[in-house]
Design a protein around this ligand. Structure first.
Ligand SMILES: [Zn+2]
Length: 365
């Protein structure tokens, strides 16, 4: 994910100043914990294999490794997504321990907030790969590029669908983080089982909050726009914020009859179930969209002013026109960053997921 960290301020504490990854040389941002006997504290350039992240301070050792790297033609693991040259491969840390460790060490050079997990066995790594169909034939070294990854705990008690995410610096600002985040939601399988709804591991770093904030806003905006467009008119959406507990959710069906709302009533939990997002993340996104207004204080009950009261419903209105405005201003494509057809699932699983297919219009690419 993108950042504007100040590399200068960090340079004194960094053990490695630059890395060479394939044919790219770039500056590191943070300290990693490479073993000192192999990577001294004042290493200017660390050579890293772009296929397996094996590292070396010497260019000769590096060169002889890359000629023989076992992963030079195909990434490790199993392909789970493939669309338009971009693919995502699931690498089990238990099967590829060294790969997991070397990837963690390398990514730590660009992540400050997460500790590197050496317990790679309990993690899955999803690496983002780009294969340029035009270069492979001309240059045998140009097989594929790993652009970033995210990791995920195999068993997360906190319903985390992602632990760490990083797009390597040379590939940032290309919307690739959104692609990875989209994949992380999809493979959490919340569509099959809503008890699997989750989100990234918290707390998020500053850059993580920014990236996720935007990703969630877009996801919710798409959901609201596509959903309400079926109603035809510019109906507002009534939601209830500050309801964190599903059991206290007011049922929209019971409300619908009693007052003639010009709104479609839904709860934050329902939005969450439709988008696979945690209630707290839905609320963050709704606020970020700036489309939330307090509902007109009608004759209604105490709920309106409920202080910070737990469980009290605070009705709000989300105007579709505001969401549209937001989407316009931020040039948000109605199309999801990941394509449904890109997932390498069995046909029956595909069929089950069809409901999420987004219409083919309004592309920005
Ligand atoms: Zn290698």
């Amino acid at each position: 994910m993108a950042t504007t960290e100040d590399p200068q301020a960090q340079s004194l504490t960094r053990n490695v100043q630059h890395v060479v990854l394939g044919n790219l040389r770039f500056q590191t941002w943070y300290q990693s914990i490479y073993p000192e006997e192999l990577v001294s504290k004042d290493t200017d350039i660390l050579y890293v294999c772009r296929w397996c992240f094996r590292y070396s301070c010497g260019i000769d050792t590096h060169a002889s490794h890359t000629r023989l790297c076992p992963h030079r033609t195909t990434p490790p693991g199993v392909k789970v997504y493939d669309h338009a040259g971009y693919s995502v491969w699931e690498v089990d840390g238990a099967d590829h321990k060294l790969f997991g460790q070397n990837l963690s060490l390398f990514s730590k050079l660009f992540l400050d907030h997460k500790s590197v997990f050496f317990d790679v066995v309990s993690f899955l790594y999803y690496i983002l790969v780009f294969t340029d169909p035009n270069t492979g034939d001309n240059d045998p070294n140009e097989t594929y590029h790993i652009l970033g990854f995210f990791s995920k705990e195999k068993l997360s008690w906190d319903a985390n669908n992602l632990a760490c995410i990083l797009v390597f610096p040379p590939y940032q600002h290309k919307q690739l983080g959104k692609l990875l985040m989209g994949v992380s939601y999809k493979i959490s399988r919340w569509e099959q089982d809503s008890s699997l709804i989750g989100g990234p591991e918290k707390p998020l770093s500053e850059m993580g909050s920014r990236s996720y904030g935007r990703f969630w806003e877009e996801r919710i905006a798409r959901h609201l726009l596509l959903r309400s467009s079926s109603d035809g008119n510019d109906a507002a959406v009534g939601a209830t914020l500050a309801q964190f507990d599903d059991s206290k959710t007011q049922k929209p069906a019971s409300n619908r009859g009693r007052k003639k709302h010009p709104y479609e009533l839904m709860t934050v939990q329902e939005i969450g179930r439709a988008t696979g997002m945690l209630t707290e993340d839905v609320i963050t996104a709704l606020r970020g969209l700036g489309a939330v207004e307090p509902a007109t204080p009608s004759k209604t009950r105490k709920g309106m002013q409920s202080s910070s009261g737990d469980g009290e419903a605070i009705p709000v209105v989300i105007r579709r026109s505001k969401v549209l405005e937001w989407a316009d201003a931020h040039k948000v494509s109605i199309r999801e960053p990941v394509r449904e057809e890109g997932f390498c699932l069995s046909q029956s699983e595909h069929a089950k997921n069809r409901e999420l297919v987004i219409p083919d219009s309004d592309e920005e690419e």
